[in-house]
Design a protein around this ligand. Structure first.
Ligand code: AR6
Length: 231
């Protein structure tokens, strides 16, 4: 069992529960509902086996690109454990590039329990989806569909039947969903990243030229989707 406790890792300390937001480097109002926050897990780097070094470069590149369009909104890269390689890589590169840590930071916790376990209220969460937009399958997709209940599947189906790699769909979450009532999530953005896993559909093998292009498109679609909710 990995350490799945929710805590800020922006200051290098392991701090459990909601205290991590008090006087921490995240800023005072980061969990308040009037600050729009997109929480996203790293697209494609687990089940889809995308190279972590390359993915971290793309995350940083896309975050930098969207920084100036965010207004008071924030972006948070989430993973389940403090041992997350992608979080370490992204944190190091964000620091190198002097990316404003109030506008973009990393957070350790379950994306479906960020408020109740981590004290971080994110009104929008991203899902690393599969092309059929189906529940299950493991990873963050299974967690989000399970936590949101059937309302998410119904709302998703009304908007899209499938996704092609590099695209996203913004789904308003019905207010009856436990993810909304419990966590304050109003929208889920499904994103389909590039797949490098030969046991999954549309495998790119080792074609990282195409893979990187699709991952860039995926983050562009995700961040544009978030901006469309915020505006
Ligand atoms: N909270 C936060 N982060 C998580 C959680 C969670 N509950 N669960 C996983 N992660 P993955 P992919 C992190 O495999 O590589 C699914 O089966 C995880 O540690 O969910 O894009 C779909 O149906 C990693 O950093 O997504 C697709 O078929 C990141 O989320 C396929 O997997 C992405 O891991 C998509 O694969």
């Amino acid at each position: 069992q990995e350490n799945a406790s929710s805590s800020s890792d922006t200051d290098g300390e392991v701090v459990k529960g909601t205290e991590n937001l008090v006087g921490g480097s995240l800023g005072q109002n980061c969990s308040s509902s009037d600050v729009p926050i997109l929480a996203f897990a790293s697209i494609s780097t687990s089940d889809f086996q995308f190279n972590n070094e390359k993915a971290s470069d793309i995350i940083i590149e896309k975050v930098e690109e969207f920084m100036n369009k965010l207004g008071n909104a924030r972006l948070v890269l989430v993973d389940l454990t403090h041992r997350s390689r992608i979080l370490s890589l992204v944190r190091a590169k964000a620091a190198e590039k002097n990316i404003n840590p109030k506008k973009f930071f990393t957070f350790v916790g379950d994306i479906t329990r960020l408020y109740t376990e981590g004290g971080l209220r994110c009104n929008v969460i991203a899902n690393a989806a599969n092309w059929r937009l189906k529940p299950g399958g493991g990873g963050v997709n299974a967690a989000i569909f399970s936590a949101a209940g059937p309302a998410l599947e119904v709302a998703t189906k009304e908007l899209a039947k499938s996704l092609s790699p590099g695209t996203a769909v913004v789904v308003p979450l019905p207010s009856t969903s436990p993810l909304c009532t419990r966590e304050g999530v109003t929208h889920v953005i499904h994103v389909l990243g590039p797949n490098m896993n030969p046991h999954r559909p549309n495998c790119l093998d080792v074609d990282y030229v195409k893979g990187c292009e699709i991952l860039r498109k995926a983050y562009t679609s995700l961040f544009e989707g978030f901006l469309s909710v915020v505006r």
